[in-house]
Ligand binder design. Structure first.
Ligand code: HEC
Length: 453
């Protein structure tokens, strides 16, 4: 395809009135200017129509306010919303071009932007994303937003915070202010996974004590020893320790975080005895203890000590066993003989198609089948003819096998699910689903068990 700019040069060359060099010609460049995307006329209406609902006024989803120039171009953001000149490095552009079924696509609701709208935004960013001051009247917040702040820091403290933020980002974590006008920070070093151990934790966070309000350490290698530094982070409101190696001992330090409102301990080995150490956390409103050794009685005891607290115990062992059984059933091959050679199948060489797991006799046949499943599927001889008849209606809302998201422990939603035949495993949001899928991708043998998408 010929890009518009070169087309203009071509036309200028062909035009009989083109006496001056078409590239340096002043008239031509003036014309280029005139053709530039106009923020107020071309871009703002798209934002207003499709984004403001969630990204303006008192609605600042993802900490992004599209009616606020300083927020959009804030270079404190770990992920630039708009990088003038470079659409690909601008999260706004990256989000709007995602496939329609990607859970991260923006707008988060309704149809994707049209091709023309996407092209306009792409060109506007490429041309430098000019945004005249005062072009947008900030949408007036319906209620004055309550911005989470920590007590003012002195210069020395601020310098230490800045240094720690740099370290976290260099290490591959994210550090973001919780709101553009706040002095409180959110750090996610769960992103480092098992690379984050106890020693590393202390090093990275030193200096953030007075400013850190949200911290995600989920699925890292942090254990009780590392968690002991947390006692010094008295401003923490949210703490995620899910999937770490901590035990009850770590809750001695966590129990000192008087401002803590949200605590996620999902998938750790804490027990009722550990919960007792949290009894002084009167600000706590949400606690996740799914897949721990905490019992209902233990949870009830803590709930009595902190009346506003909602404790999530998650699915029972029975629920999980049911999920495991369904996966097992759905992944058992439906045939004994290879549809290509007629030989006995190797139960490890399987391919998922039309909601069925089909076994082949060898890797060669597996590849052949995978290349053209439609051709070979009719040749499959079902061990149980009944199972041949049950087809999966890909459009029907799947039956969820689990009530709670296995990643966050929050309520599972059929809209974010992975199908297993006619049933599905649900997640609370697209992000958790993506995390789970990324995990699955590392284990092809487990992935083969999930049928379809
Ligand atoms: C129905 C609500 C809704 C609409 C409409 C919407 N968004 Fe979002 N947006 C969200 C939510 C929720 C998040 C935070 C979760 C996430 O990052 O996916 C978010 C996050 C983002 C982020 C990431 C911010 C960051 O730095 O982490 C960008 C960029 C974004 N939206 C751009 C847009 C654009 C551009 C539009 C309009 C074309 C739009 N959004 C429309 C709900 C919405």
């Amino acid at each position: 395809m010929i890009r518009l700019a070169s087309m203009a040069v071509l036309l200028a060359l062909l035009s009989p009135s083109a006496v001056a060099c078409p590239i340096t010609d002043a008239a031509a460049s003036a014309q280029d200017d005139a053709a530039k995307v106009d923020f107020v006329k071309d871009v703002l209406p798209i934002f207003r129509e499709r984004c403001f609902e969630c990204h303006s006024g008192d609605s600042d989803e993802g900490d992004l306010l599209l009616d606020d120039k300083t927020n959009v171009f804030d270079d404190e953001r770990s992920d630039a919303a708009i990088k003038p000149g470079s659409p690909k490095e601008s999260s706004i552009y990256r989000r709007i071009v995602l496939p329609a079924d990607d859970s991260d696509i923006m707008p988060a609701e309704g149809d994707p932007l049209t091709k023309a709208q996407i092209a306009t935004i792409e060109r506007w960013i490429r041309e430098g994303a000019s945004w005249p001051d005062g072009a947008v009247q900030p949408v007036v917040a319906k209620k004055p937003p309550e911005i989470l702040r920590v007590p003012e820091l002195d210069d020395a403290q601020t310098a230490l915070v800045d240094a720690a933020v740099k370290r976290v980002r260099t290490a591959g974590g994210t550090a973001t202010k919780v709101a553009a006008t706040s002095n409180a920070w959110y750090v996610n070093i769960g992103l480092l996974g098992k690379k984050l151990d106890d020693a590393r934790l202390g090093e990275l966070l030193a200096g953030l004590e007075p400013a850190l309000v949200w911290l995600n350490l989920g699925r890292t290698a942090v254990s009780d020893e590392g968690a002991s530094v947390l006692a010094g982070f008295g401003e923490l409101r949210r703490l995620q320790l899910q999937g770490t190696a901590i035990t009850d001992r770590a809750l001695d330090s966590v129990g000192k975080l008087a401002k803590l409102e949200y605590l996620n301990l999902y998938g750790t080995s804490i027990t009722d005895a550990g919960l007792e150490r949290l009894a002084g956390l009167t600000a706590l409103t949400r606690l996740f203890v799914w897949q721990t050794k905490v019992t209902e009685a233990g949870a009830r005891k803590l709930a009595e000590a902190i009346p506003a607290l909602e404790i999530d115990l998650g699915a029972s062992a029975q629920d999980l066993a049911a999920v495991a059984k369904r996966i097992e059933e759905a992944s058992r091959p439906v045939n004994d003989l290879c549809p290509i050679t007629g030989k006995k199948v190797d139960p490890k060489k399987t391919f998922a198609f039309e909601g069925k797991t089909i076994a082949l006799c060898c890797s060669d046949c597996l590849q052949k089948f995978a290349k053209d499943p439609k051709k070979w599927f009719p040749k499959v001889v079902f061990r149980d003819p009944k199972s041949a008849a049950t087809t999966v209606d890909a459009d029907a809302t799947p039956v969820l096998l689990n009530a709670k998201c296995p990643v966050s422990g929050e309520a599972a939603n059929a809209e974010h699910s992975i199908r297993i035949g006619d049933a599905a495993i649900g997640f609370c949001c697209g992000k958790c689903k993506a995390k789970f899928e990324a995990e699955l991708a590392k284990h092809p043998e487990a992935k083969a068990r999930f049928v379809g998408k």
